[in-house]
Design a protein. Structure first.
Length: 62
């Protein structure tokens, strides 16, 4: 007996899984950022502070 149900081909079996379950299983944990001293920020602050101090001395002298 040949019916429509017997001839049906499940095309969804050929499709890749696009659900969130596949994403959750392959997701790797985030690595924490290394704790380091922001030397560029410290040096920039010192340079700007010295420049501002020199500018104030120069302006107060004249």
């Amino acid at each position: 007996m040949n019916t429509e149900r017997d001839n049906f081909y499940d095309w969804s079996k050929d499709k890749p899984d696009t659900g969130y379950a596949a994403f959750e299983s392959t997701r790797q944990p985030l690595e924490p950022l290394p704790k380091s001293i922001p030397w560029k920020g410290i040096i920039l602050t010192i340079v700007l502070g010295v420049a501002f101090g020199v500018l104030l001395k120069y302006l107060s002298a004249h």
